[in-house]
Design a protein around this ligand. Structure first.
Ligand code: ADP
Length: 723
């Protein structure tokens, strides 16, 4: 009775199953064949039962059943796909043992629609021009469309079915196998986007985006990676940058002459001019200045975008920079009815930054503050410390900026659209340049403002770490400058202009228009300084710089590179003392030349000691006796100072952090250009025994304590002897 009921149950189940079910007995013939199987195979039960599987006419199925019955795949489902008159049947064949004899079950399903759906999806993916790669949840590559294979090369197709990270797929895997972020299990759930360069027959730039694929409950069931080829866009951007850069450079050359000569006429160098002439020329001057700053902005942007911006990071005295900016603008501000005040917190640490670039940021913010404060009032520049940063803020009482505009201020070319901003004029580039510079230096920039209530722009710079090297400047009584300067420039107009600037200040000037001329004049005339344009006809200017630094007769002459080609880094590496961009700013040029050549009458003494109080006292004494001085607080600073301007004598402490005095002596005495600089050792300690050889290279040894008079006497005696 129970047996019978069970049989009815089984039959009902079989009859109503969505899947076709058939059982093959030990004799290889069908024992069971349900209604769905009838429909799918197109054979009635009556005809199937007792017949061999081969009668269905599907060879693959017959073979799979034979293998299953032979026990080949004990306990495993063997999948078989069949084509049954245009329908796709997917079968699973399972071998088992029934009453000691081999039997087998077949489960069959109609997958026609599913397969069509899959084929349609694949056709879409195959036709897509973006590359698409799908990862299974176990980070196996499940699928890569043809575009992906084309973009990533054969690597992509060979990775299908393998467990790899996104980096391995892209060929950017750079981890050394230890703790590698791309192997983290949560990588699957991460969304990320980046640009990668892939090498192949031709290099491509790909924009890669990876996103998790989630099921309805939000569980991660895979990851889809899309690849978009942006090679062409990048190429165009590069061309645009190069174009802007070339055009700007080309504009600079004529502008250098226009601006320079107008400045000279206005300075009265061409004789007296009447008031009308002065007025007209002032307009020319103003507009050429505007053009220069526009070109500078454009060049900065193109440099930033192509990653060619060069930053010289050193510890900065923020108070100095703040005062400098206020000073620069005082006259302009007064003219605009604005006053400038400064507020620098006491004991402010030095900030790490590029002096010129930070100056540029602060000038930009201050100039905006004045520009956008038409009602007058006070612009305040302040600085304070906040955690590991120094914050510098420029606050104005001006027109203010709406919340909406604030979010876009730092975008390139963005200007608030109002009648006032239209009238004031500008490029909308300044703040975007400021942002990039500050961020490259590791800081940030932000604005706080409300319309009609004024604005405060603040930027931050990291506090300089104590071991950072400073390039010390020269202080002291710079007596009237003088001596001969060699000006090298292939353009006679510009050489003439630089010469006029220098002659005005009392220098004698000789000019050279070619590298050959420059080399022979430098060696024969021994100028005190050389200004060098790197665009020459007969030799690359950088090669000339190298030649001058390699020749012992000219190696010690400081060289200032004046160029429209921005390559400050290369110039300084090759041994240039300074780098100045054209169009030349007269004041800066004369400042730099004065700094490097100094007064003919004042010998330069470099004082090196980690005790700042001692350095301070010595410099004061020396300056009062007519010496120029430079300070350094450790060995590396000392070497930087010597590289910048050759001192006539070095006062050197031996025990110092970073690089000690012994190392300084060794360095100075091993270089041809500096070996004859007399060094006076000042120390309160006994000299290390094993270092007496090094110490013997010094000219003199003063034991601390000594009186300032003693010191000056020794310095004077030594310089007399040398001189
Ligand atoms: P520019 O001043 O040449 O237009 P910037 O990039 O320096 O370019 O400034 C972008 C815009 O931000 C300006 O056009 C102006 O609308 C707004 N802006 C900048 N500084 C101030 C400020 N201190 N007060 C009000 N608006 C400002």
């Amino acid at each position: 009775m129970v047996e019978r009921r069970r049989a009815i149950h089984v039959r009902t189940l079989m009859a109503n199953a969505d899947e076709g079910l058939a059982v093959v007995g030990a004799d290889g013939k069908f024992r069971l064949f349900n209604e769905t199987a009838e429909r799918l195979f197109g054979v009635s039960r009556g005809r199937a039962l007792g017949q061999a599987v081969s009668k269905l006419g599907h060879e693959e199925l017959t073979a799979a059943v034979a293998r299953a019955r032979a026990g080949d795949h004990e306990g495993e489902h063997v999948p078989v796909m069949l084509d049954a008159g245009g329908r796709v049947l997917s079968c699973k064949v399972l071998g088992f043992t029934h009453e000691g004899a081999p039997a087998c079950a077949i489960v069959v399903r109609d997958d026609t629609e599913l397969t069509e759906c899959q084929e349609r999806a694949e056709a879409i993916l195959d036709g897509a021009s973006d590359g698409i790669v799908v990862f299974a949840p176990d980070s196996r590559v499940a699928y890569a469309n043809p575009a992906a294979v084309e973009m990533l090369g054969s690597r992509a197709s060979s990775l299908v079915g393998r467990q790899v990270s996104l980096d391995e797929l892209l060929g950017t895997h750079a981890c050394d196998g230890e703790e590698c972020a791309c192997d983290l299990p949560d990588a699957m759930a991460r969304s990320e986007s980046r640009e990668v360069i892939v090498d192949g027959e031709e290099q491509r730039v790909l924009a890669v985006r990876a996103n998790p694929v989630r099921d309805r409950e939000g569980g991660v069931i895979g990851r889809v990676v899309s690849l978009h080829d942006i090679t062409a866009e990048r190429r165009v951007a590069l061309m645009k940058n190069e174009f802007v850069s070339t055009v700007s450079h080309e504009l600079r050359t004529p502008l250098t002459s226009i601006k320079g000569y107008v400045d000279l006429i206005l300075d009265g160098e061409a004789g007296d001019i009447n008031d009308i002439q002065r007025e007209f020329l002032s307009i020319v001057q103003e507009n050429s200045d505007r053009l220069v700053s526009l070109i500078n902005d454009l060049l900065d942007i193109s440099r930033i975008e192509s990653g060619r911006i060069h930053l010289r990071v050193e510890p900065l005295d923020v108070a100095d920079i703040v005062e400098g900016a206020a000073e620069t603008f005082r006259a302009v501000a007064e003219h605009a009815g604005v006053s400038i005040s400064t507020k620098v917190a006491r004991g402010l640490p030095r900030a790490a930054g590029d002096r010129d670039r930070i100056g540029q940021v602060l000038l930009n913010l201050t100039s905006n503050a004045i520009k956008y404060s038409p009602g007058g009032g006070t612009v305040t520049i302040s600085a304070r410390r906040r955690g590991g940063f120094v914050e510098i803020a420029v606050a104005d009482p001006g027109i203010g900026i709406s919340r909406e505009d604030q979010t876009r201020l730092f975008e390139k070319f963005y200007r608030v659209d109002s009648s006032l901003t239209r009238e004031i004029g500008g490029t909308g580039l300044g703040l975007s340049i400021c942002k990039t510079i500050v961020e490259l230096l590791g800081g940030g920039i932000w604005a706080r403002s409300a319309p009609g209530k004024g604005s405060t722009f603040t930027f931050s710079l990291p506090v300089a770490p104590p071991e950072m090297v400073r390039t010390p400047g020269v202080e002291g009584p710079l007596a009237t400058p003088g001596g001969t300067v060699l000006v090298v420039d292939h353009d006679p107009d510009i050489a003439g202009l630089v010469a006029t600037f220098l002659r005005k200040k009392g220098y004698e000037v000789i000019t050279a228009h070619s590298a050959a001329e420059a080399l022979s004049l430098a060696a024969s005339q021994q100028p005190r300084l050389i200004t060098l344009d790197v665009l020459l006809d007969d030799m690359d200017g950088f090669d000339l710089l190298q030649h001058l630094k390699d020749d012992p007769r000219t190696a010690g002459i400081p060289i200032v590179v004046l160029s429209i080609v921005c390559d400050e880094g290369r110039s300084l590496r090759l041994g240039a003392a300074e780098y100045l961009e054209k169009p030349i700013d007269q004041e800066r040029l004369l400042g730099i030349v004065g700094d490097l050549v100094g007064g003919v009458a004042s010998p330069l003494v470099l004082v090196v000691d980690d005790d700042r109080a001692i350095v301070d006292a010595l410099c004061r004494t020396l300056k009062s006796r007519g010496f120029a001085t430079a300070r350094a607080y450790d060995g590396r600073e000392a070497m930087a100072a010597i590289g910048r301007r050759r001192p006539d004598l070095v006062l050197l402490d031996l025990r110092m952090p970073v690089m000690d005095g012994y190392q300084v002596i060794q360095e100075v005495k091993s270089r041809e250009a500096t070996m004859d600089i007399p060094i006076v050792i000042m120390t309160g300690h006994r000299i290390d025994r094993d270092k007496t050889d090094i110490v013997s290279l010094a000219a003199e040894h003063l034991s601390k304590p000594f009186s300032p008079e003693q010191l000056v006497e020794r310095v004077e005696a030594l310089l007399d002897r040398e001189g």
